[in-house]
Design a protein around this ligand. Structure first.
Ligand SMILES: [Fe+2]
Ligand SMILES: [Fe+2]
Length: 361
């Protein structure tokens, strides 16, 4: 059975990439779907075939799956990014129906189509029934992000499955939470700053992205980018990060390299979405072309995801007490954001951020 499942996944993933490369009407997409549906005929267990992603493991027909392949990793990654944890296929599936399902996964953010023989489970955790407590969810994820950041080292892969679980938890939590600032508490401890700040920036960035109507993979990638934007600080000497006084010019110049260090590190990891690499590199660039790294001579403009993260970053950093300044109150930061609108930050995004923050207070 292992070989058949791997072959089916390989055909599925090839059809998916042909859909993206050419179009869903390309003849290869139909023929690959037809072959994939043919293999499924041999895999039904009491007229059903179930495939589920559980953390880093694949579960097939309710049993842990032992096979391994590059396509299988890509398949699991794709499903996670779409927020799909389970696909159930029932006997009677036609190649046409499978082709439509594959093309929707390839080309849309969310699965909306109705399929008579396929059901896909989107992660929708019933948090209220599970005694959901937003600050507690934040606390738990802060702990996970701390461990992930501490595991960062040159040439060492990131725990992507761990990161994905934090992303999915935030996305499903925020669907239920209206008062987001309850969980995005100012960072208290200096040593915890980088980890706690990363979780706050991720949550504030999803809120912005969601209120702009962004969904699915884009929302997922922005959350991941928020979590990773300061990962380059793990390559800055600890004495600088922990320094309890204002940095001198040389130290500050070194600190300003963290976006480059972070982007370089992430660009070498094949599982990290490009958007996270871009936003890590650009989060200290400004809307008016100033900021760092200095790219204005090349006429480089900040990606919208980087612009979103820059606003979350500014907001969270100012709420935190630093050795050289007091923590600022939310209304004061909102005033500073308004002042910087159109210069440091995209004015439309500032307006949107302030609107959602006011709703949240
Ligand atoms: Fe930063
Ligand atoms: Fe930051």
């Amino acid at each position: 059975m292992t070989g058949k499942v791997l072959e089916m996944i390989s055909l599925f993933m090839t059809a998916l990439s042909n859909c993206t490369l050419y179009s869903k009407e390309h003849p290869s997409v139909y023929s690959l779907s037809e072959r994939s549906a043919g293999i499924l005929e041999e895999l039904y267990n009491e007229d059903r075939f179930t495939i589920a992603v559980l953390g880093e493991r694949l579960i097939v027909n309710d049993l842990p799956f032992a096979g391994k392949s590059v396509h299988m990793n890509g398949f699991m990654k794709k499903l996670r990014r779409k927020g799909i944890e389970k696909i159930v296929v029932s006997r009677g599936l036609t190649p046409e129906e499978l082709k439509e399902f594959i093309s929707e996964i390839a080309l849309s953010d969310t699965i909306k189509g109705a399929y008579p023989h396929i059901s896909s489970g989107v992660v929708e955790v019933n948090l209220k029934a599970a005694g959901y407590d937003f600050p507690a969810v934040m606390e738990e994820n802060r702990g996970k992000v701390k461990e992930l950041y501490q595991g960062v080292a040159r040439f060492k892969p990131l725990d992507m499955a761990g990161l994905e679980s934090v992303v999915m938890s935030f996305i499903s939590t925020l669907k239920q939470e209206t008062r987001v600032l309850r969980g995005v508490s100012p960072v208290k401890s200096h040593s915890e700053y980088t980890f706690a700040h990363a979780t706050n920036v991720a949550v504030l960035s999803i809120c912005q992205a969601e209120s702009l109507g962004l969904k699915g993979e884009m929302l997922h990638d922005i959350c991941l980018a928020g979590l990773l934007h300061d990962v380059g600080k793990m390559f800055i000497p600890k004495e600088l990060l922990d320094k309890q006084a204002k940095l001198d010019e040389n130290e500050w110049n070194e600190m300003k390299k963290h976006p480059v260090y972070g982007a370089l590190y992430l660009s070498k990891l094949h599982d990290v979405p490009k958007l996270a690499v871009i936003a890590t590199y650009e989060h200290h660039m400004r809307f008016d072309g100033t900021g760092y790294p200095d790219t204005k001579k090349r006429g480089k403009k900040q990606h919208i995801a980087s612009q979103i993260i820059a606003i979350s970053d500014f907001f969270d950093a100012l709420r935190t007490e630093r050795p050289y300044r007091r923590a600022l109150e939310v209304p004061v930061i909102c005033g500073l954001l308004t002042e910087a609108s159109g210069k440091e930050f995209n004015p439309l995004l500032v307006e949107n951020f302030l609107r959602s923050i006011r709703k949240n207070i």
